[in-house]
Design a protein around this ligand. Structure first.
Ligand code: HEM
Length: 402
């Protein structure tokens, strides 16, 4: 007879955490957490251990030995993105991360990238400002991060929709393998020759930086540059797009908070972004795996158990965030897990924060009295995007005073 394990009983039925959005996901997670700090839930037809408290999720992110990213990403993204940072461990990961990180450090972002952000945000707003109404998801949040990354890389973009499709489909391997593989092939075919060209004659774009980077004799070969770029597109674009949508959705449904923000945009914008990331993090339920049998924080986990790091439950843990369901942009500085933690924590967090702050300020400056159109609030619900791992709104139909 098999030894008893945590997977013997399930804590919730009727919803599969791999694929189905639960309309009241925060309440479901809060109810589960009120019983114990983790739950056993249905996941892709099997059972997964879902970590629910801030302490457990933070500890799990830092414990690369027990829950290595390399045990899951080669399956969920490897076949289309290649061997990315997320598939690496130890020295190999440290070396590659050191090579790709410099352009994304806080100072570099402030000096070289920030000056590009405001003109880009205004350029997109110019396309619809005179109209008086727009769907911000269709015409702003989906376009801004993809265009930014394309410009940073110096990609000659003729058709914005194609680049956007790549950014989206590259993350879809588990759900739509055909689309993901097609995006990978098209992206590689487009970027491969550009990498070769930048090696011959580097410019001042990010691809040139990546191909000429030399840290103590270490450089990136073509496949390493390619797999980083394949990761950069979805990791940098989809997440930022959803984060902006989530914060806008939160502000539009909380007029009192919008009022505070408008009273001093420059003082409050970054806190509104920070609270938006806490309240509805775009990476909500992150799948991992526990390859070896272990007893971890008192949980008896069998080998090969699927794990879910519930970032969205951790960020509403009342032990850390008082009155956690309240969207409150005056909470101020408080460490949080929206960008992960530990060795694989987000390499683009400074870039993301700068992008989000600039976009929010530009939108509110240019679109006075920004509000939902009649009946649009219910369609702006934050919902699942890639399984339930990523979350954001599908539509933000707004109007403003002309
Ligand atoms: C609000 C926007 C963003 C959020 C919420 C976010 C969130 C995350 C999270 C949670 C992880 C950890 C994944 C894991 O441990 O499995 C991660 C990793 C990563 N992110 Fe972001 N991200 C955002 C924007 C960006 C941007 C703009 C870039 C582009 C530079 C980026 C690049 C990366 C990379 C390269 C990794 C992998 C790091 C590694 O494995 O060492 N992200 N991100």
């Amino acid at each position: 007879m098999a030894a008893p394990s945590v997977l013997d009983s399930v804590d919730i039925e009727g919803v599969d955490f791999a694929f189905e959005d639960h309309p009241t996901v925060h309440a479901v997670l809060a109810d589960l957490r009120a019983t114990k700090p983790y739950a056993v839930v249905p996941f892709a037809g099997v059972r997964a251990v879902l970590l629910l408290t801030n302490d457990l999720v933070a500890a799990a992110f830092k414990d690369e030995a027990t829950f290595p990213a390399s045990a899951i990403y080669p399956m969920t993204t490897g076949p289309v993105l290649g061997k990315t940072l997320q598939c690496m461990v130890g020295d190999e990961h440290r070396r590659s991360r050191a090579l790709i990180s410099p352009p994304f450090r806080r100072r570099q972002v402030a000096e070289y990238i920030s000056p590009l952000l405001k003109p880009l945000a205004h350029e997109l707003i110019d396309r619809f400002a005179a109209r008086g109404s727009v769907d911000l998801v269709a015409e702003f949040t989906t376009r801004y991060p993809v265009l930014l990354i394309s410009r940073l890389l110096g990609l000659p973009i003729e058709d914005e929709s194609v680049v956007h499709r790549w950014a989206h489909d590259l993350f879809y391997l588990p759900l739509d393998p055909t689309a993901a593989k097609r995006a990978s092939e098209e992206f590689t075919g487009f970027v491969g020759p550009i990498i070769a060209e930048r090696r011959r004659g580097p410019g001042d774009d990010l691809i040139s930086t990546l191909v000429t980077e030399d840290i103590e004799g270490e450089t990136l070969d073509d496949e390493e540059v390619l797999s980083f770029l394949r990761l950069l597109f979805p990791a940098g674009a989809d997440t930022t797009m959803l984060a902006l949508g989530n914060t806008l959705s939160a502000l539009l449904t909380h007029p009192d908070q919008m009022e505070i923000l408008r009273s001093d945009l420059n003082a409050h914008a970054m806190w509104a972004i920070w609270e938006g990331l806490r309240w509805e993090p775009p990476v909500g339920l992150l799948p991992r795996v526990c390859p070896e049998a272990t007893v971890w924080n008192g949980i008896d986990i069998p080998a090969a158990t699927p794990m879910i790091f519930s970032i969205n439950a951790a960020l509403r843990d009342p032990a850390v965030f008082p009155d956690p369901d309240r969207f409150d942009i005056t909470r101020g500085k408080q460490a949080q897990l929206a960008f992960g933690q530990g060795p694989h924590s987000c390499a683009g967090n400074w870039l993301a924060l700068a992008e989000l702050e600039t976009a929010l300020i530009a939108l509110l400056e240019r679109l006075p009295g920004l509000r939902f159109r009649d009946g649009a609030a219910s369609r702006a619900r934050v919902t699942s995007q890639v399984g339930v791992a990523l979350r954001g709104p599908n539509e933000l139909a707004v109007e403003w005073d002309l």
